[in-house]
Structure formats: C-alpha cells, structure tokens
Design a protein around this ligand. Structure first.
Ligand code: HEC
Ligand code: HEC
Ligand code: HEC
Length: 425
C-alpha cells in the first residue's frame, strides 16, 4: 500500500515540474516575441476589417492593382479620383503614421491637414474605434507598395473650395466613435457598430440633401448620388425593412446575395460580393439582428386599401401582359412566382413595387446577376432588354409587373425609362 502511493506522489511531482518548466519556457517565448505574434494578428484582423469597410471597392480600378486607387467616382459636385493607399513612399501612404491615418479615417483630414471630400465616407468611418483603425492601417502597411500616380479630381466650381468644405463639415459632419447602447444586447450593439461604421450602409441608404449631406432619417432610403440606383429604406416594410424577416434569412441574403424571396442587384450585389460575404458568421448575425430591430412591423399600420382601377389604367396595363408572356414568363413564371433560389419572384416582391421604379427599370434595361459568393457560386443571370424591346414596351411591362398578381405600384412612362439610363454602377 505504501509503495505505490509514494511512487505516485513522486510521479506527480515530476509531472508538476515538467508542466511548470513547459509553462516557463512558453512564457519566456511569449516574453521575447510579443510584438511578432500580435503584429501578425493585428494585420489579420486589419484585413478582415478592411473587407468589412470595402476599402478595396473604391480604391481599385477595374482590373487595376488592389488599393492603388484611380477609380473615378462621378457625383453632382464633380469627378473624384480615389487615391493610392498602398504603402508606396512617393505615391501612396508610405510616409503616413498611425496618427495620420486616424486623422483621415476619423476626422476626414489629409496628411497635410486639408479637408477631405465626403465622397470618402469618413462621415461613417468616424464611428470606427481607434483599435480597429490601427489594425486597418497595419494591414494596409503590410501590402506590397504600388507606385501609381492617379489623376487629380475634377471638381466643379465652386465646390473645389476648402472654405466651403469647412462650412459643410461644420453643418453636416459629426465626428465620434460609436457609443454602445447599454440597454441593448452586445450582439445588437456589434451589428449597429458594423452597419453605421465600417459597413457605411448610410452612404447609400440614407437620403441626401442638395449639398450631398446625409439627412437625419438614417437608412430611410435614397437615390445614390451619381448613379441611377435607388437604395431602399431599411426601415419601411414596403421597401427593404426587415422587421418581419427571420434573422437567418437576413443573414442569408446579405452573405449569399439571394434568398427565396429576394435578390441583391447592382451596387448592392457588389457590396455583397466584395465585402459582406466575408463577414464572420457571428458578425453577420449581429448585423441581421440589428437590421431586424430597425424594420417596422406591418401590424403598426392600417391595412392598405387598393383603390379601384380606372379604365384607362387597366388598358395601359393590358399592353404589358403580352410583352411579359413573350419575354419574361419563361423565367419568372406565369403568375410571377419565379423559381426559389434561381429566378426571383416578381409577385409580392418589394423591390418591384417600391415607390421608386428606378431599380426595376434598370433590371430590365441592363439585366443583371446576383453576386457570385461562396454560398451561391454560380448565380443565374437576367439578360439585358434595352436592345430587344423598345422604351414604351419596357414602360408597359414594368407597369404590368408592378400591378399584376396583387402587386400595387405607380405606372411607369417611356420617359421614366429613358431618364433611368446612365452610368452603369
Ligand atoms: C465610396 C468610396 C470610398 C470608400 C468605400 C473608401 N474610400 Fe478612401 N477615399 C475615397 C476618396 C474619393 C478619397 C479622396 C478624398 C479627397 O481627396 O478629398 C479617399 C481618401 C482616402 C484616404 C486619404 C488618402 C490621401 O492620400 O489623402 C485614405 C487614407 C483612405 N481613403 C482610406 C480608406 C479606407 C481605409 C477605407 C475603408 C475603411 C476607404 N478609404 C474606403 C473613396 C473611398
Ligand atoms: C454602394 C451603395 C450601397 C451600400 C454601401 C449599401 N447598399 Fe444596400 N442596397 C443598395 C442598392 C442600390 C440596393 C437596391 C438593389 C437591390 O435590391 O439589391 C440595396 C438593397 C439593399 C437591401 C435589400 C435587398 C433586397 O432586394 O431585398 C438590403 C437589405 C440592403 N441593401 C442592406 C444593406 C446593408 C446592411 C448595408 C451595409 C452593410 C448596405 N446595404 C450597403 C446600395 C448600397
Ligand atoms: C433567362 C431568365 C430571365 C428572363 C427571360 C427574365 N429574367 Fe428577370 N431576372 C432573372 C434573374 C436570374 C434575376 C436576378 C438577377 C439579379 O439578381 O440581378 C432577375 C431579376 C429581375 C428583376 C429584379 C428583381 C429583384 O428582386 O430585384 C426584375 C424586376 C425582373 N427580373 C424583371 C424581368 C422582366 C420584366 C423580364 C422580361 C422583360 C425578365 N425579368 C426576364 C432572370 C430572367
């Protein structure tokens, strides 16, 4: 009896010594190389956050070197050209310090102290924490420098004026890191942080005034400056409010670009492909939880009364039906039911009946693809119709799908079709 117990205690002691020495040697490794490990981690975290901010989307031309800039952004205030944000000393941000970068992302100030134009959505990125900004900077610093000089902006007078920009900032820019709302869950706060900050959803989904400034009704929907696309309200259930969607379905739409009921198209498909599909499961869920909380519930509003249709309206709509049968029915179905996950339904589809018919007209003119994502690698496409049917037929068929099968939307004229042409995004 005695022996084994003595043996056991000796063995235990040995094991303890072994573990202790292991721990010691591990901690000495950690003590000698703290920065090497945490630097690599910071760069990885920075890469993730940079994607969440879709910095590459604007700072890269089609087919160009990532982050070397040169992409033109056309706005009512002129043509802006994105700068090179690779760490090249001459043409990029090679000489920038962490503090310079923070001044740009958080305050919208260039390295020389000049005010940056809010086409760079620092008005939203100002919500990003210092820690996250430093990680993004660390990632950008880890890129291979690209020597590329980009042409200057072509800003329309009088907007090329720092004093005007100063006034603009005084009126419309509120600097400040996101402040969590303690009455809400951690998940909700994380979602809010991502949506209002790096996700810069407001840059497109919030209406702008004539000065190009976002209004106070955040995410209430607006036409995107310089493009012919309408980014729907993320609050109203008549548009893209998601108050009644299950969290999983919201997450599915934003990470794969399609669900049985909806597809993302145009600039939103680009955002899903370049940015949102890379969010971690937890972050995407947080975004979905937050978006769900923003959306109105249908019950809060009186039921919609569809007025009886005047004779001339039904005659106009009747013109669209044969166009639909000939060109659209094979994919979208006899009753606009679509094919789940393949062809979106048009019956009961909110993007089709939204107040603004812009996106629907553009889908028909230019066709489109939902984004290719890991969750939906080979999306189905819709052919462009601009050279197949004429403007008045497009007007008829769009008016028809906005009012067939229980849908209800305003009529569309051939002039509406024509005025929806313009830059493809
Ligand atoms: C919607 C397009 C857009 C997006 C998205 C965008 N930028 Fe920019 N960025 C611009 C434009 C345009 C400018 C030039 C502004 C100016 O010159 O006044 C700019 C300027 C900058 C500058 C200043 C560079 C310099 O040389 O002065 C930095 C740094 C920068 N962006 C980093 C980022 C980072 C980091 C992200 C992602 C978190 C990002 N940008 C996302 C459009 C964008
Ligand atoms: C570059 C502009 C742009 C940005 C940035 C943007 N969106 Fe959109 N979004 C659009 C446009 C345009 C549409 C309408 C086309 C469509 O329905 O896909 C849209 C549609 C949507 C829809 C409705 C999709 C459907 O068909 O039901 C949701 C939901 C949405 N966006 C969420 C977001 C969220 C969340 C963010 C931020 C993480 C965001 N968007 C950022 C332009 C943008
Ligand atoms: C070959 C199959 C095909 C044909 C034919 C076709 N579509 Fe589509 N349609 C699609 C696909 C696929 C999408 C999704 C594309 C996307 O995500 O951008 C789509 C999207 C749409 C949308 C956008 C729906 C949304 O939720 O944003 C509208 C509106 C639309 N089609 C109307 C029409 C009309 C009108 C016609 C006939 C003039 C037509 N389609 C013909 C396949 C088709």
């Amino acid at each position: 009896m005695k022996q084994p117990s003595k043996f056991r205690s000796a063995e235990k002691k040995q094991v303890a010594v072994f573990i202790a020495s292991m721990l010691l040697s591990l901690s000495s490794i950690a003590a000698t190389q703290p920065s090497a490990n945490s630097d690599a981690e910071q760069v990885l975290r920075g890469e993730y956050l940079t994607r969440a901010g879709n910095c590459m989307g604007c700072h890269t031309t089609r087919g160009g070197k990532p982050y070397a800039g040169g992409r033109e952004l056309v706005t009512p205030f002129g043509k802006f050209v994105t700068p090179n944000i690779t760490p090249d000393n001459e043409t990029g941000i090679g000489h920038w310090s962490e503090e310079d970068f923070w001044q740009a992302l958080h305050y919208g100030k260039g390295r020389d102290g000049s005010y940056l134009y809010p086409v760079f959505p620092y008005t939203e990125y100002t919500k990003v924490t210092r820690q996250d900004a430093d990680a993004i900077f660390a990632y950008l610093r880890s890129l291979t420098p690209v020597a590329q000089t980009n042409p200057p902006h072509k800003i329309t007078s009088p907007y090329d004026n720092q004093f005007l920009l100063f006034l603009w900032r005084t009126w419309y820019f509120k600097e400040g890191v996101y402040e969590p709302d303690d009455s809400k869950s951690e998940e909700w706060n994380r979602g809010n942080y991502l949506v209002q900050g790096l996700g810069h959803c407001n840059a497109c989904h919030t209406p702008r005034n004539v000065w190009g400034a976002s209004q106070d009704d955040k995410l209430a929907g607006g036409e995107i400056m310089g493009t012919y696309w309408y980014a729907p309200s993320l609050i109203s259930h008549r548009e893209a409010g998601m108050g009644e969607w299950p969290v999983d379905e919201i997450a599915k739409l934003l990470s794969t670009g399609v669900t049985g009921h909806a597809v993302t198209s145009g600039p939103m498909a680009t955002i899903v492909r370049q940015s949102l599909q890379y969010l971690s499961k937890d972050d995407m869920r947080a975004v979905a939880v937050y978006l769900q909380s923003l959306g109105e519930k249908r019950g809060e509003e009186a039921p919609r009364k569809i007025p009886p249709m005047p004779e001339r309206v039904s005659r106009y709509l009747a013109l669209g039906e044969p166009v639909y049968i000939k060109h659209c029915q094979e994919c979208h179905g006899k009753s606009g039911e679509g094919v789940p996950g393949v062809y979106p339904p048009l019956a009961g589809n909110r993007s089709v009946t939204m107040t603004s018919p812009l996106n629907t007209i553009r889908s028909v003119l230019y066709g489109g693809f939902s984004p290719a994502t890991a969750g939906n690698p080979r999306p189905y496409g819709m052919p462009p119709f601009q050279h197949i049917i004429r403007d008045h037929e497009i007007a008829w068929v769009v008016s028809y799908i906005r009012n067939a099968w229980g849908n209800f939307g305003s009529l569309v004229s051939p002039e509406d079709v024509d005025s929806s042409r313009g830059n493809e995004f």
